[in-house]
Ligand binder design. Structure first.
Ligand code: HEC
Ligand code: HEC
Length: 220
């Protein structure tokens, strides 16, 4: 904050001394209003250090989660965290082709996702499909972990809720986001798919900083 104030008070120097207190009050007032969310270039994440400019820890915490949300709400994650029991595909979250549901008897009986999704991204002879995504143990997120359609605040509250997040502590959520192989796949999604923004390491750092600042959620 003081860094922001400095250039302004230098501009004030030639002004009359009498006007200075009123202007100082105005400048201080401006500094007290909410600091805007730092902006990153498309495909990148704002590093944790850039959030130091937000003085209020609660506000900083929520802003860190909004930044992490650029990953969490990317199509690569949302396609596997649908509201129905059917995964979606592509950047527009269209229904999975072929139609598939984890409630289908055939899946329940063990035609697993791995019938088509191998342990690594694979190519296909079908010209309409550039690659089939793959990773070790490819599976649909459980119903309680449905993320599609949630606001960033709603997603934040859900991810913190042990009743809905697979009974995870905040620390376990951090570890999952930093190390899980399906999360990691989002940065190596195979030909024809846009990776999640930034890096998985940066996501881990944002989440660690979010937890350190009290794991506050954006209101919206
Ligand atoms: C291939 C499907 C798939 C993809 C892609 C995927 N997930 Fe998941 N996700 C799952 C499954 C399955 C679980 C449940 C695993 C468990 O509880 O052990 C899960 C659980 C989670 C959880 C823990 C519980 C909760 O609160 O939802 C988080 C956090 C999570 N995923 C984040 C992500 C993020 C972030 C991405 C993208 C970077 C992502 N996932 C991409 C399938 C996927
Ligand atoms: C019959 C084969 C088949 C089965 C079974 C199958 N998939 Fe797929 N899936 C595909 C193909 C092919 C694609 C690639 C489509 C494309 O990108 O054009 C795909 C793409 C996806 C994507 C999109 C990834 C992205 O970000 O665009 C997700 C998510 C997904 N599948 C999840 C699952 C889950 C979860 C299961 C098990 C419940 C499953 N699939 C079962 C063939 C299958």
């Amino acid at each position: 904050m003081s860094a922001r104030r400095k250039p302004r008070s230098r501009q004030l120097l030639p002004w009359s001394v009498a006007a200075t207190p009123a202007i100082l009050v105005a400048v201080l007032g401006a500094c007290m209003t909410a600091t805007p969310q730092p902006v990153s270039a498309p495909g990148t994440l704002v590093p944790v250090a850039s959030f130091a400019a937000i003085g209020d820890p609660e506000e900083r915490s929520a802003a860190l989660f909004v930044e992490a949300g650029k990953v969490l709400q990317s199509p690569r994650c949302l396609n596997c965290h649908p509201v129905t029991r059917s995964p979606t595909q592509g950047d527009d979250l269209h229904p999975h082709i072929p139609p598939i549901s984890s409630e289908d008897a055939i899946i329940a009986a063990g035609l697993p996702c791995a019938t088509c999704h191998q342990q690594h991204n694979s190519s296909t002879s079908n010209p309409g499909i550039r690659s089939i995504p793959g990773a070790e143990v490819w599976a649909l997120a459980p119903a309680s972990m449905a993320w599609q359609g949630l606001t960033i605040g709603g997603l934040c509250r859900q991810i913190k809720d042990p009743a809905r997040n697979g009974d995870r502590s905040l620390e376990k959520i951090r570890v999952h986001l930093s190390e899980d192989h399906l999360v990691g796949w989002a940065w190596h999604p195979g030909e024809g798919r846009k990776p999640a923004p930034g890096t998985q390491e940066q996501l881990g750092e944002l989440i660690a900083a979010w937890i350190e600042t009290g794991a506050h959620c954006p209101t919206e």
